[in-house]
Design a protein around this ligand. Structure first.
Ligand SMILES: [Zn+2]
Length: 454
């Protein structure tokens, strides 16, 4: 199958960050050619210049971009959007999120995942690093497989802490054996689109033994580790009391840092902790909307980037955001640090767009596969409308196009989304799923949930 995304402005994110008018020829799962040409008035002229293909998607008036990458989500929480707004983190977790996660059935978790993935794909996100709940992770993997997004996902692990509902606490043995079972079943499946990541929730809710065993298992199977770290001052105080160490120092001590580790948030860090993250090449998932909504604080993102840290972006879960919208996260990442540091020159639009594309791909060790519009890479691509009344009117070029994307565009401007060459969103609508049916299923699930909390 050969498909052409034709006649758009291509923001390649290749090594030279080239931006030019042209077309992208996709053969099956791969970008076969990226063709530079002047914009065509008449698409018939385009057809003559490109050879044989099966389908032409007209991208006139659109940007052609690499699919966007989010390194921290919780699909299991999508249905809980609106259940707990304007609360403190521990209150929010203990009274709203954990009881809701504990009440999930396989069916409601499946629906929650599907709705979340639908929102992500419609908003141009093609790769996620996702943390599930403790139970029913299998159903989320089924949803990932069906929907076709690229995902690194895993079951949440918790074996320690007061305040966690019974239904979410497992013994060390059960947590590890279920994680291992899921890992063996799902890692590197579905054409390589699905990978497993071991996901202890955070130090506060995990025993030392669980965290150390996760490190060991990740080495045994060569899978990633994904957790939360240093999101909240209360959290790091608990870790200090328990371990006598700062959170990142503790993680370093037990071997829980490295290229294969993704830490969400990393807000409250001292200088040495930042250095540990940089030295170990640990991936940081910055979640600016969540950090603002839960009043967690300002992660030292600009300083960390300046020092060479691998900082990427994520929406976190729906209830602390309340969107899964990478355009919003890019805008927030660009704006909040300017305001916080009274410096409008930091976190420029281009560097923020890199965080959601090629830099995220590099951080995940996938730069030869995704993150830019380059021949030979997987065809994870999106197109974005720039022909609306709300769009920037000045002609776009390699300098100002990033401002259009980061400061002006919204997820609702995404027109087409392809993952691994499969067209999953066209003209803003999911291709393989009835959105109306899924909406009704989700409404029913959450209404039963509220009526009948377990
Ligand atoms: Zn999170």
């Amino acid at each position: 199958m050969k498909r052409v995304l034709g006649n758009g402005l291509i923001v390649t994110m290749n090594q030279n960050r080239e931006v030019f008018y042209g077309s992208v020829l996709i053969k099956d799962e791969v970008i076969e050619r990226v063709i530079k040409h002047d914009p065509f008035e008449n698409l018939k002229d385009l057809k003559n210049g490109i050879g044989e293909f099966d389908e032409l998607i007209d991208c006139t008036g659109q940007l052609i971009l690499p699919g966007l990458i989010q390194t921290h989500t919780h699909l299991t929480q999508t249905l809980f959007k609106g259940l707990g707004d304007d609360l403190q983190l521990m209150d929010w977790l203990q009274t709203k999120i954990w009881p809701s996660e504990a009440a999930h059935t396989a069916e409601t978790n499946y629906i929650s995942s599907k709705v979340g993935i639908g929102e992500l794909l419609k908003g141009g996100t093609t790769t996620i690093v996702n943390m599930e709940s403790v139970n029913h992770t299998e159903s989320s993997f089924e949803a990932l497989k069906e929907m076709g997004i690229r995902a690194i996902s895993g079951k949440c692990m918790m074996d320690y802490n007061e305040g966690v509902p019974k239904g979410l606490i497992e013994s060390l043995e059960v947590s590890l054996s279920e994680s291992e079972r899921l890992l063996k079943k799902w890692h590197q499946t579905h054409n390589g689109l699905i990978e497993y990541a071991l996901a202890p929730r955070f130090v506060v809710s995990c025993s030392d033994e669980l965290l150390k065993a996760s490190v060991k298992m990740s080495r045994t199977y060569g899978v990633r580790l994904h957790t939360h770290a240093s999101e909240n001052k209360g959290e790091i105080a608990i870790v200090r009391r328990r371990t006598g160490m700062e959170n990142i120092d503790y993680l370093k001590r037990i071997g829980f840092l490295g290229k294969h580790v993704i830490l969400a948030h990393c807000i409250h860090l001292n200088d040495l902790e930042v250095q540990h993250l940089i030295d170990s090449e640990t991936v940081i998932a910055h979640c600016p909307s969540s950090n603002m909504k839960l009043a967690s604080g300002f992660a030292p993102v600009h300083a960390m980037l300046q020092r060479g840290a691998k900082v990427t972006l994520g929406a976190d879960g729906s209830p602390c955001n309340n969107e899964l919208n990478i355009f919003m996260e890019m805008r927030m990442a660009a704006l909040i640090h300017k305001g916080n540091q009274l410096d409008s020159t930091i976190m420029n639009a281009k560097s923020v767009f890199e965080m959601a594309t090629i830099k995220a791909a590099e951080a995940l060790g996938k730069e030869s596969e995704i993150g830019s519009v380059v021949e030979g890479k997987h065809a994870d691509l999106i197109t974005l409308r720039i022909d609306k009344l709300e769009s920037m009117m000045v002609p776009l070029n390699a300098e100002n196009v990033y401002a259009q994307i980061v400061y002006n565009a919204s997820s609702r401007d995404v027109c087409h989304t392809l993952v691994n060459g499969a067209l999953l969103v066209t003209h803003g609508q999911l291709v393989n799923v009835s959105e109306a049916d899924l909406y009704l299923d989700a409404k029913k699930a959450i209404i039963n949930f509220i009526k009948d909390p377990k």
